[in-house]
Design a protein around this ligand. Structure first.
Ligand code: NAD
Ligand code: ZN
Length: 341
């Protein structure tokens, strides 16, 4: 089968012929139809320090997908051939205390599809049946292919009660933009999104009813004043990994404000802890999606009017994958989806 492989320890990915994976008794084989390119895939393409430390070569990459089940392991009971699905790309173990307590998303032994085990940028993917998420008819393949990052957005946005709250999102990448749409959907009052890239802020406005702020051009304190917030935002969703953005978030939060951190800073990132203490701010780190609570919630929201379609800005056939990766590496696109069908 065709697959996008990290075949050499250097910049790039290569389309290669590899064997169709053999499934075990608890797995299914999925014929891939659409895949999303993630920031993680760009790290692997770029072969940066994180990728070199993490990804064994050769490795079939990719973890954002939708497809159809074509083969079922002998012990799998509740799935059928022909079932359309996406799936959770974090594979958990069975040993840790967290998993045995039912907190699957906190398993320290988590392995990543397309990072530590062969991935979804391929004609076929082997996935444990446990990780499969069936897709209802109302969710098509390209939305199915971006449920992984939408799940990051949903997990982060639902970390705190947003109903009637003023929400600041720093970073209008695909995930920040989708988090803005979720915040709106669940009933936030004001939703403000910041970035330094005006293309991305323009995209945010196309996807969600948000107030965009280019922090290079506008002072966030003026926006707080303009929107009539007395003290500042109630909740911050950090989605840039940028030090200045986090500082700005802490500054513009109200007393007792809450922050959910999804963005990954490139290295150690100093924080003015006394500001956190005196403002009595609560901070929560967010990793991945809650397995499977986030999936249930996001599918329910999509079936009830949450619309993130416009965050997909580019679609390519998989043979044009290079163009897809170049578009993502440009840093101004929304989600880029590759078609494998
Ligand atoms: P992205 O890189 O596409 O978007 C980040 C955005 O932040 C960019 O548009 C950038 O211009 C903007 N930005 C840079 N400086 C800024 C500043 N000073 N103020 C405001 N915005 C600024 O990333 P993405 O794919 O949308 O993902 C968002 C973040 O979440 C990334 O840091 C990513 O690594 C991280 N992530 C974490 C998890 C997790 O499980 N914790 C999962 C997926 C992604
Ligand atoms: Zn992803």
């Amino acid at each position: 089968m065709k697959a996008l492989v990290k075949a050499k320890p250097e910049v790039g990915l290569w389309m290669e012929q590899v064997p169709v994976p053999e499934i075990g008794p608890d797995d299914v084989l999925i014929r891939i139809r659409k895949t999303g390119i993630c920031g993680t895939d760009i790290h692997i393409w770029n072969w940066d320090e994180w990728a070199q430390r993490t990804v064994p070569v050769p490795m079939v990459t990719g973890h954002e997908f939708a497809g159809e089940i074509v083969e079922i392991g002998r012990d799998v009971e509740d799935l059928r051939i022909g079932q359309r699905c996406s799936g959770e790309g974090h594979l958990i173990g069975h040993h840790s205390r967290q998993v045995r307590a039912g907190k699957f998303h906190l398993d320290p032994e988590t392995k990543g599809v397309g990072v530590n085990v062969p991935g979804a940028f391929a004609e076929y993917l082997c996935l444990p049946a446990f990780n499969v998420v069936p897709l209802p008819d109302g969710i098509d393949d390209e939305i199915g292919a971006i449920l992984d990052p939408l799940g990051n957005a949903v997990h982060t946005a639902l970390s705190f009660d947003l109903v009637g709250e003023d929400v600041l999102i720093t970073g209008a990448g695909p995930i920040g933009i989708m988090a803005a749409a979720v915040a709106r959907h669940v009933g936030a009052r004001h939703v403000v999104i910041t970035d330094v890239n005006s293309d991305r802020l323009a995209l945010a406005v196309q996807v969600a009813d948000v107030r965009p702020v280019n922090v290079l051009e506008e002072d966030l304190a003026d926006v707080v004043h303009e929107l009539g917030m007395k003290q500042g935002f109630d909740v911050g969703l950090e989605m840039s990994g940028n030090q200045a953005a986090l500082d700005q978030m802490v500054e513009s939060l109200t007393m007792g404000g809450r922050i959910a951190l999804l963005g990954i800073p490139p290295g150690k990132s100093p924080v003015d802890w006394s500001r956190i203490v005196f403002k009595a701010i609560t901070i929560k780190g967010v990793y991945g999606r809650e397995i499977f609570e986030t999936w249930y919630k996001m599918i329910a929201m999509l079936e009830n009017g949450l619309d993130v379609r416009n965050v997909i800005t580019h679609r390519f056939g998989v043979d044009d994958f290079r163009e897809g990766f170049e578009t993502m590496r440009g840093g101004s696109s929304g989600k880029v989806v590759l078609d494998w069908s």
